[in-house]
Design a protein around this ligand. Structure first.
Ligand code: GLP
Length: 261
């Protein structure tokens, strides 16, 4: 796992955007796996800026989002489809027909899960999967104790996740309790993973993901198995890491081609 510590979330997101922009410039028809939540917002703003000011071209890019709440139509302002339109797709030159988010209102949710996997395969697989990190160590909506081999499926959200995400819904009762999410097995098949985690609320999860045992109780620890996983953290989310100096040493001694900035 490549661990990069930046002074703050802003610097981490700008670096994350550079990783994605480099890929899109090298491979204009790249397949990006995207994430929602508060964490990647600044990264999306930076991609929008690069599109506007530097001509970063998304015309041939395909995207697959990690997850979607069950029961929320694309028009619902808390659906992840809505989030992606508002925070990225409407502001870049992406062909919206190439953007994929699981359909949480599909009449047959199991069929939707299987079809989502097939769509990823048909697109040639995901070149880079962007990820955030739940406070309980979840990635996508893969909650603790789920299989590390799981595929896209319907998951029950944990109480902690409901509490963490309920503010935007107004109340806990208004929140869906189920979501469709890519599985850990699906995520691990991406050719590259890029996870961002910032702030003191993520300190413990970051520590468990990077330095804890590989364990289903911390789903993000599965990234330890990935041949090309990059984790960008800030000083506060990295404050529990025992080997922080080692990660800084590696970062400081990278060869030119191994750097993103
Ligand atoms: C949500 C999403 C995840 C996200 C995580 C962290 O529940 N399903 O994809 O990474 O929780 O969210 P945030 O970035 O708002 O802290």
């Amino acid at each position: 796992m490549e661990v990069i510590i930046r002074p703050n979330a802003d610097a981490g997101c700008v670096l994350g955007a550079k990783v994605i922009a480099k890929l899109v410039r090298e491979k204009p028809d790249a397949v990006l796996g995207l994430a929602t939540g508060r964490t990647p917002l600044r990264l999306y703003q930076e991609l929008i800026r690069m599109h506007r000011d530097e001509g970063l071209d998304f015309r041939h890019v395909t995207t697959f989002n990690l997850d979607e709440y069950v029961g929320l139509p694309a028009t619902h302002d808390q659906s992840y489809r809505y989030f992606m339109r508002e925070n990225l797709f409407n502001h870049i030159n992406i062909d919206q027909s190439r953007t994929h988010v699981p359909d949480g209102t599909a009449p047959d949710l199991h069929a939707e899960c299987r079809a989502y996997e097939k769509r990823i395969v048909a697109a040639g697989g995901i070149d880079l999967q962007l990820l955030g990190l739940g406070r309980n160590g979840h990635i996508g909506f893969n909650e603790p104790s789920g299989s590390l081999y799981s595929r896209t499926w319907i998951k029950i959200l944990s109480e902690q996740t409901l509490r963490d995400n309920s503010d935007v819904f107004g109340s806990l009762a208004a929140m869906p309790r189920h979501a469709i999410t890519m599985g850990i097995g699906t995520i691990l098949e991406a050719r590259r993973c890029l996870l961002l985690a910032f702030g003191p609320a993520k300190t413990r999860a970051v520590e468990r993901m990077i330095e804890g045992p590989l364990a289903a109780i911390c789903p993000a620890s599965a990234l330890q198995l990935h041949p090309r996983a990059t984790v960008i953290v800030d000083e506060s989310s990295a404050s529990g890491l025992q080997y922080a100096d080692h990660y800084r040493w590696i970062d400081a001694n990278k060869l030119a081609w191994q750097r993103y900035d």
